[in-house]
Design a protein around this ligand. Structure first.
Ligand code: MLT
Length: 410
């Protein structure tokens, strides 16, 4: 019989969002009437239509593929130049990232997991708590952790607590670590990191030869001009950081699938014999072997996000979702709950009412209000006592959620 990867057996329960879906399905099957009232503010999945500019670019690309003369087969594994160049020019011109440092993919979830392919065993890995569960689970699968304890914390990982006391930005660790996952604007807390905080992380990474894996999937939602959108805005980050970005939340690509990872050519890792190796080259090699590129129509659609029409439409989508976030924040504040996030991120992070834990809150919102939220504990032990409301929804649904919050929790 074939041996399995035993590391999978260390994983706790199901992945968070399918687990939530399972509980919601069980509830709606048992409560057919309530099912019709259900509003989903759990997973951060976009709801509004793709920008017209994106639709047009994708239609045109399909038409091209429909003619022999303009048909294209396999594309470059690292992405088409037209998209890599548009990203470098529109997103990173001021920080000097070049087009060939941008690798196109089909999603940041995949990229943040797959990146472990180019890192060897024995790295000390730091993750924030609460955290996007993908960072933890992929390290478990890769064998980079021990078993989980009763709180779900895995042996071998360095957990960096993010609490209201530290504004959900972790303190620099006292010990030496090799890989650090940071995500700002943060999923799930909606917090942002200041320039000074990111500078401290970059200094730490350089002093300790560590690499920061910076997830900036929500950068488009930053509203305040002093909040950094990229780790590469920090001097020295090109020699110690990888950045992940996505079209999912800004361009509405959660179903279309397109993202990118920036690996500067200056970034080095160490081989077993102590020699320095370019991580850019390793990732390029990995992409060439395991990936055949995102599809041509999808990459054309992604490039259209940077057209003048696309930019205006994305700005309107961001404004819509951030308007939702404001309403959700206000509804929770009005009934006396403690609220974080929702200002530069589409997630509102709310303290549970006295005496209710985060899964208790999930049940209460589902059963009393027919609103799906995400329990904070699903993101890690430090998420206990909180719940997350996603602002990705129609205005009508969000207004209804606000009414139900007032009726059921007020
Ligand atoms: C979330 O709800 O945390 C996100 O939608 C998950 C994701 O982007 O994969």
């Amino acid at each position: 019989m074939a041996r399995i990867n035993d590391n999978f057996l260390k994983l706790k329960a199901g992945y968070l969002f399918p687990e939530i879906a399972r509980r919601v399905n069980a509830y709606t099957e048992a409560n057919a009437e309530a099912a019709g009232r259900l509003i989903r503010c759990g997973i951060g999945d976009v709801t509004e239509a793709l920008p017209q500019a994106v639709q047009k670019a994708m239609h045109d690309a399909v038409d091209e593929l429909g003619e022999r003369g303009t048909f294209r087969g396999y594309g470059p594994e690292q992405g088409y130049d037209f998209l890599r160049e548009a990203i470098a020019e529109n997103q990173f011109a001021s920080v000097g990232i070049s087009a060939d440092e941008v690798f196109i993919s089909d999603g940041s979830k995949c990229d943040t997991g797959n990146i472990l392919d180019i890192f060897g065993p024995g790295n000390k890995i730091a993750i924030t708590d609460p955290v996007y569960p993908v960072y933890v689970d992929t390290n478990v699968m890769a064998g980079n952790t021990g078993e989980a304890d009763a709180n779900g914390a895995y042996g071998g990982l360095v957990y960096l607590p993010c609490t209201s006391e530290n504004d959900f930005v972790p303190a620099i660790p006292e010990e030496k670590v090799d890989l650090i996952y940071l995500c700002y604007p943060n999923n799930p807390t909606g917090a942002t990191a200041t320039r000074a905080q990111l500078e401290a992380w970059v200094d730490y990474a350089k002093e300790n030869d560590a690499i920061i894996l910076y997830d900036a999937a929500y950068e488009a939602f930053v509203q305040e001009s002093d909040v950094p959108k990229s780790i590469f805005e920090i001097d020295g980050a090109k020699s110690c950081a990888i950045e992940f970005r996505s079209f999912s939340k800004n361009g509405g690509f959660t179903g279309v699938r397109c993202a990118y990872t920036v690996i500067p050519k200056d970034l080095m890792g160490k081989a077993e014999d102590g020699s320095e190796v370019s991580l850019h080259q390793l990732w390029s090699r990995r992409h060439s072997t395991k990936f055949n590129g995102a599809s041509y129509p999808v990459q054309r659609g992604a490039a259209a996000v940077f057209s003048p029409e696309g930019k205006a439409e994305v700005a309107a989508l961001v404004e819509h979702y951030m308007g939702n976030a404001k309403l959700l924040r206000e509804a929770c504040e009005k009934i006396g709950l403690t609220v974080f996030g929702g200002v530069n991120a589409p997630y509102v992070w709310v303290g549970c009412p006295e005496g209710v834990d985060s899964w208790g809150m999930f049940d209460r919102m589902l059963e009393q209000a027919q609103v799906v939220i995400t329990p904070g504990a699903g993101f890690g032990a430090a998420g206990e006592g909180y719940f997350r409301i996603s602002a990705f929804n129609s205005r009508e649904n969000v207004e209804e959620v606000c009414r139900r919050i007032a009726e059921n929790l007020g």
